[in-house]
Design a protein around this ligand. Structure first.
Ligand code: RNT
Ligand code: ZN
Length: 418
């Protein structure tokens, strides 16, 4: 079937295919720098294991070891993904020059100058994240630590990150979401669950006392249900993060990571629930599988459902900030990046090609038999043709055309990274 024929099939359902593709082209989706080097960053000893409730597994060849390698890999990714990517950096990816080094509480905008140049040359915006893990000052708690010196250190880190986020927003002319996630928690049953949460709340208050323009810098609070090594208790639980954001709507927004809930809970359903109260929310799109929350995003049912909710709740008009968050060290890392990014694009395009108004009308008039039939029939529409056309229009390879380029890059570049 040709694109024109596929387009006609969608038009028969009342879908404007051209408008769907045009819309998607303009929507920023953040690409997480940390998929390229197994979340190691450049500011600590790369031979030390990750700590703080997250872990990568696998030892596939070609991990980026330097800013130059990481940027080269990101360039490869950028050449293979359609849409409007935005960078997403962690503070641990600071780039130090001339033998200089600064601890996390002393980071400055200048340590991200190289990244700003990188983004400017490619017309990208940039999001940011303080890094509250994989550092000797995790005791193991950070912002919720009972040790005042530890807590102060991490508050100073958070404030430094507000200043850096502001710099990124100013330089790149796009808002910067700044996500606060800590892996603070305990491996086993704690004796005090309240104390750490009160300290965490106070610490975020202190970080957000650093001045910023909320239209440009958007601090987020991300929750989690448990982490590796912190199975019994997570300080920043769902209720904690959501309550914090609800109580501080004028200065921060909630962030949901769909790997961070109990297995039968779905973020697709939480999106409209939050949008009924918050003008803006942020997402980390990932794939939870058993006890891991960070597998490569697939074009699966929940990813599609999340995209549908984003689209029909008006999320593409600035109400939902979309970012990817996963890390797989067991396969080609660039392919992992590209696969997940393209799948999020696919899910969004597929959602934009849904006759949402007509389906809603069936629901509102209690025509549930027909609603089921129509929703099921949508699943076998000729989506692939529209997707290929969208890729072509973005000047990016269609399915079937990009993987050979990854193999070539692996043979030419990645194998030499011994
Ligand atoms: C971890 C959180 C967090 C991190 C990144 C690296 O479970 O999802 O967002 O993945 O900050
Ligand atoms: Zn996340």
């Amino acid at each position: 079937m040709s694109y024109e024929e596929a387009k006609k099939r969608y038009e028969a359902l009342g879908v404007d295919v051209e408008a769907a593709m045009e819309k998607l082209k303009t929507v920023p989706v953040s690409l997480h720098c940390w998929q390229g080097d197994d979340v190691r960053g450049f500011d600590t000893d790369p031979s030390k294991p990750l700590t703080g409730g997250i872990q990568t597994t696998g030892n596939y060849l070609g991990r980026a070891r330097t800013p130059e390698e990481l940027m080269a890999d990101i360039d490869k990714v950028l050449s293979l993904i359609p849409g409007t990517p935005k960078m997403n950096l962690h503070a641990s990816y600071a780039i130090f020059e001339d033998g200089e080094w600064a601890d996390r509480d002393k980071l400055e905008p200048k340590h991200f100058k190289k990244w700003v140049e990188f983004c400017k040359e490619r017309g990208l915006g940039c999001d940011f994240n303080p890094t509250f893990f994989s550092h000797p000052k995790c005791d193991p708690l950070t912002l919720s630590s009972p040790n005042e010196e530890t807590r102060k250190f991490w508050i100073e880190h958070g404030k430094a990150c507000i200043r850096i986020s502001n710099y990124l927003a100013e330089e790149l002319g796009q808002p910067c979401t700044m996500n606060i996630w800590t892996g603070d928690g305990y491996k086993d049953v704690p004796a005090d669950r309240m104390g750490p949460r009160v300290r965490y709340r106070e610490s975020i208050d202190e970080i957000l006392s650093e001045p910023y323009d909320f239209k440009k810098v958007k601090p987020c609070v991300e929750s989690k249900v448990f982490g590796i090594g912190v199975e019994a208790y997570t300080v920043g639980s769902a209720e904690f993060a959501l309550s914090y954001a609800a109580a501080n709507k004028e200065k921060c927004i909630p962030l949901m990571d769909n790997g961070h809930y109990h297995p039968t809970e779905v973020v697709s359903d939480k999106i409209p629930a939050l949008l009924a109260f918050f003008p803006e929310i942020a997402l980390h799109i990932t794939r939870p599988i058993r006890w891991d929350s960070d597998h490569v995003v697939l074009f699966d049912d929940e990813t599609k459902e999340i995209a549908k909710e984003i689209v029909r709740c008006g999320g593409l008009d600035g109400r939902v900030d979309i970012a990817l968050d996963y890390f797989d060290a067991s396969i080609n890392r660039i392919s992992a990046w590209v696969t997940g990014y393209r799948n999020v694009q696919k899910a969004l395009l597929s959602a934009l090609l849904t006759p949402a108004e007509a389906l809603k009308e069936l629901q509102d008039t209690d025509q549930f038999t027909e609603l089921m039939v129509r929703q099921e029939e949508l699943k076998t529409m000729p989506f692939g043709e529209i997707w290929d056309e969208y890729c072509r229009r973005c000047g990016k390879p269609a399915d079937g055309e990009w993987f050979p380029q990854i193999k070539e890059y692996e043979q030419k570049v990645l194998v030499n990274r011994k």
